[in-house]
Ligand binder design. Structure first.
Ligand SMILES: [Zn+2]
Length: 211
């Protein structure tokens, strides 16, 4: 039932995929009568010593930071649009995070979440967007050269702050308001300021968290 693999009498369980680039290190002698078992992180010699190999089932930087943005969005009280943002340095350190919500001291239960009506009675007059919150939450020395991961393409107001803080790239999930004047204005400013935008693609890695 087992597939024969390279070197000695190595057998591989059928339910495990062995990466093409795995090789048995030269300095390890696999006894002729032993079986080598692979899993995602450990190469073990049945009946003998084990030696570790690195886990190959890890997420990319893009997945990691967009994952943080998505998790941050889970804090939002907005009944219609929960947005999260994560800003990272050029060397992939998380600098700050944010989500859309009412300003501090403005109760989530007292201020309106309505979308229709006069501005005074809609959320648009009050909610601080995720990108803006991430920028305002930052207490470090600067965001110059950083990247913004955000679950929704920024509006024109956040874009002004993004440009002024020196953020150099925006990676976004949804662009569902791309035809609105605000987002069109945002793109116009970003293009003029030389800030690149990139749609996050290939959402095929599912993670289930129990919290
Ligand atoms: Zn905004």
């Amino acid at each position: 039932m087992h597939n024969k693999a390279f070197l000695y009498n190595i057998t591989v369980p059928q339910n495990i995929t062995v990466p093409q680039n795995i090789t048995v290190p030269q300095n390890i002698n696999v006894p002729q009568n032993k079986t080598v078992l692979f899993n995602k992180s450990v190469l073990s010699i049945n009946g003998g010593e084990n030696f570790s190999m690195k886990n190959t089932d890890y997420i990319s930087w893009d997945q990691y930071f967009m994952g943080i943005a998505l998790l941050s969005a889970k804090r939002s009280k907005d009944p219609n649009t929960c947005v999260g943002a994560c800003i990272v340095s050029e060397d992939n350190r998380i600098l700050t995070v944010g989500y859309n919500g009412m300003p501090s001291g403005c109760s989530d239960d007292e201020f309106p979440w309505e979308r229709d009506g006069d501005m005074y009675n809609t959320k648009y007059a009050y909610v601080c967007h995720a990108e803006m919150n991430a920028i305002l939450n930052y207490n470090g020395t600067g965001l110059k050269g950083s990247r913004l991961y955000v679950t929704l393409f920024p509006c024109n107001e956040c874009t002004k702050a993004i440009i002024q803080k020196g953020i150099r790239e925006i990676i976004y999930l949804s662009d569902k308001y791309s035809d609105t004047p605000g987002v069109m204005a945002a793109r116009r400013m970003l293009k003029s300021a030389g800030i690149s935008t990139r749609k996050y693609e290939n959402m095929d890695y599912k993670i289930e968290l129990t919290l």
